[in-house]
Design a protein around this ligand. Structure first.
Ligand SMILES: [Zn+2]
Length: 224
């Protein structure tokens, strides 16, 4: 389980200056321009500290509402910030995110609830298969794989051999998704976060540090 950060750094090839915005979900987003550096961005954020404190205080007074998704909104999908595109030519409108297409009732309203339901369905189609595959590769015995809507964790497992995965993993890169699955698989061998556990993770998933880093930076974009 990884806690969501309240500040993320996002690189933009279009941005000309450093920018700090506060999202409705309470996450501050620091934009790094094309030639900028994360160090500079951190300095910029430090300078904006008073502004951010005021903005957070203002936000705390307002009721919280989720960000609205419409055509043109960029959302995290399979690890990449992807623009929501739509076509209305067929009998039913279709929304596409890179190579994936999803049917929607209308393009006019907030697309988030419909798309998130599609993401969860896609997760139930893809995540269990991948888990069985990795279980076979690592020789771990799994009894059941469940895909859930968990607000606070990416994955979990029970001593009886059930692995539960968060459908939001569909928004993460394949390497991160695999890391979470392997992490839970290794828990079936070692039900703790001891050095022995991490040695097992290292063995089957040498890129686990990069994956953890990605989760730390992007976790909040997944809505956790
Ligand atoms: Zn763990």
């Amino acid at each position: 389980m990884v806690a969501a950060p309240d500040l993320v750094f996002v690189r933009s090839s279009r941005a000309r200056n450093y920018r700090l915005t506060l999202r409705r979900n309470g996450v501050a987003v620091a934009t790094i321009p094309a030639r900028g550096t994360e160090r500079e961005a951190q300095r910029f954020v430090a300078e904006q500290h008073a502004w951010l404190t005021r903005a957070r205080a203002r936000q705390a007074k307002k009721p919280r509402s989720a960000e609205v998704w419409s055509l043109g909104t960029t959302v995290l999908w399979r690890g990449l910030m992807t623009e929501i595109r739509g076509t209305n030519t067929s009998a039913k409108p279709v929304v596409s995110l890179a190579a994936d297409t999803f049917r929607v009732a209308t393009l006019e309203r907030d697309l988030r609830p419909t798309l998130e339901a599609h993401f969860a369905r896609r997760a139930r189609l893809e995540l269990p298969g991948r888990t069985w595959e990795l279980a076979a590769e690592t020789g771990v015995e799994v009894k059941q794989v469940a895909v859930r809507n968990q607000r606070s964790r990416w994955g979990s497992c029970s001593a009886s051999g059930t692995i539960s995965l968060n459908w939001r993993l569909m928004q993460a890169p394949a390497t991160v998704r695999d890391y979470i699955i392997l992490h839970e698989l290794m828990h079936l061998r070692e039900m703790n976060h001891s050095a022995r556990f991490w040695a097992r993770v290292e063995e089957v998933c040498p890129w686990w540090r990069d994956a953890e880093q990605w989760l730390k930076r992007n976790g909040s974009l997944l809505g956790l």
